[in-house]
Every structure is written in C-alpha cells, then in structure tokens.
Design a binder for this molecule. Structure first.
Ligand code: AMP
Length: 213
C-alpha cells in the first residue's frame, strides 16, 4: 500500500506511522527523521537544513525532493510506503505525483489526522525524544525529574526537540495552516483522503486508521 499521512505537527503522525507501517509491512519514510539524522551526522545536507528546522520553517523543496527521489527507489519501497511529513506543500505534492508517475506508481490513500490546536500545543510542549533511538515520550507538566530519566528501549537521554519550544511550535502551526493544510483539498479532489479523529489515546487512533483502510 502506498500511503501519505497528513496532519498538523503534534497530531501523532510519527507515532502512528511507526505502528501502521509495522502492521502493514511497509517502510515508514519520515523526511523529518531523515533530516534530523543528517543534522546529527553533520553532513552538508544537514548543515543546509538546520537553520530552517530550528525556526520551524520548511526546508527548501529541492532538498526534500532529492531525498524522496533517492529513498523511493530503494527496494523496500517497491511494495509500498507510508510517507510521514511529506509532501508539505502543493509544489511537493505535484512533484511527488510526477515522481510516482515516472515509476508507474500511484497513491492508494491519504490519511488526514485531525486534532484541535489546543491539544497540539499541549502535546508538543510535553513531548521528549530519546537522543539515542528517537523514541517519543510524553511527560506530565509536573514531572520535574524528566531530564534525568532514560529511554526504556536504549538507555539514551531524553530531551526536548529544539523545534518544540513554544515560539517555534507557533511558527510550525502557521506554516502548517498556510502551506500544508491545502493538501487536504488537493488530495480530496483526487478522492484519496480519509479523515481520522486524532484525539484520544494512541491505540484508539491506530485502530481507527487501520479500520478506515
Ligand atoms: P517533522 O519531524 O515532520 O515535524 O519535521 C521537522 C522539520 O523538518 C520541519 O519543521 C521542517 O523544517 C523540516 N521538514 C520535514 N519534512 C519536510 C518537508 N517535506 N518539506 C520541508 N521541510 C520539512
């Protein structure tokens, strides 16, 4: 199955993408993860992307499309994929259609996860990620010892993503409204969109997505 996951930052796309891709046996392709990995390696691509990411802005389309063109021809993607965080604007969506056409592929579904803005701000402010393996954790506002906690999977330190500070969150939400949300209409006109309620716990949302497919 060839799927795209849409939704505002903090809708739970990354968490859901891991679960859904595992269940369906298809690779989870997250442009955000690929970029963070390049930043961590200190590659020239990472250096180009870092400034945009820290401000909550979109990384230039040319960089992203190059990443996607290279990733989608890897053998594991021939049986399907789940895109998380891509496409992010109309230009990327149109270019993505061209890339897929040239490979004789087409999208099966676009899953749009819907969550209210208040809930998003709460979730992103309370999110921590493991420095080692990227596992995502939710913290309580009152959980003062969180910086000392370690990842249950790899023992790595938990930290706040640099773009999860409130001023950057607000910028990311603005970018989402202006640039990414129009993709819901774009893909609806192609008859591909399934809207899924992203409120509630992770398992409930996963169940809703799987049932809708
Ligand atoms: P994410 O993990 O999807 O929230 O992405 C984190 C950051 O990486 C975004 O705020 C952007 O700066 C950048 N990014 C990720 N995917 C894209 C994309 N498809 N187009 C442009 N920038 C992206």
């Amino acid at each position: 199955m060839k799927l795209v996951l849409l939704g505002p930052p903090g809708a739970g796309k990354g968490t859901q993408a891991c679960k859904i891709s595992e269940r369906l046996g298809i690779p989870h392709i997250s442009t955000g993860d690929i970029l963070r990995n390049e930043v961590a390696k200190g590659s020239s691509l990472g250096k180009k992307a870092l400034g945009y990411m820290n401000e909550g802005k979109l990384v230039p389309d040319e960089i992203i499309l190059e990443i996607i063109k290279n990733r989608i021809v890897e053998t594991d993607a021939s049986r399907g994929f789940l895109m998380d965080g891509f496409p992010r604007n109309l230009k990327q969506a149109r270019m993505f259609s061209e890339i897929l056409n040239s490979l004789d592929m087409k999208l099966d579904r676009v899953i749009n996860i819907e969550v209210s803005q208040d809930e998003i701000i709460k979730r992103l402010s309370n999110r921590r990620v493991c420095e080692g393996c990227g596992k995502v954790y939710k913290v309580d506002g009152g959980d003062l010892n969180i910086e000392e906690k370690r990842c249950e999977r790899c023992g790595g330190k938990l930290k706040k993503r640099s773009d999860d500070e409130i001023n950057v969150i607000l910028n990311r939400l603005k970018v989402y409204e202006n640039e990414t949300k129009p993709l819901v209409d774009y893909y609806t006109s192609e008859g591909l969109v399934i809207n899924v309620d992203g409120n509630g716990n992770e398992e409930e949302v996963t169940k809703r997505i799987l049932e809708s497919l």
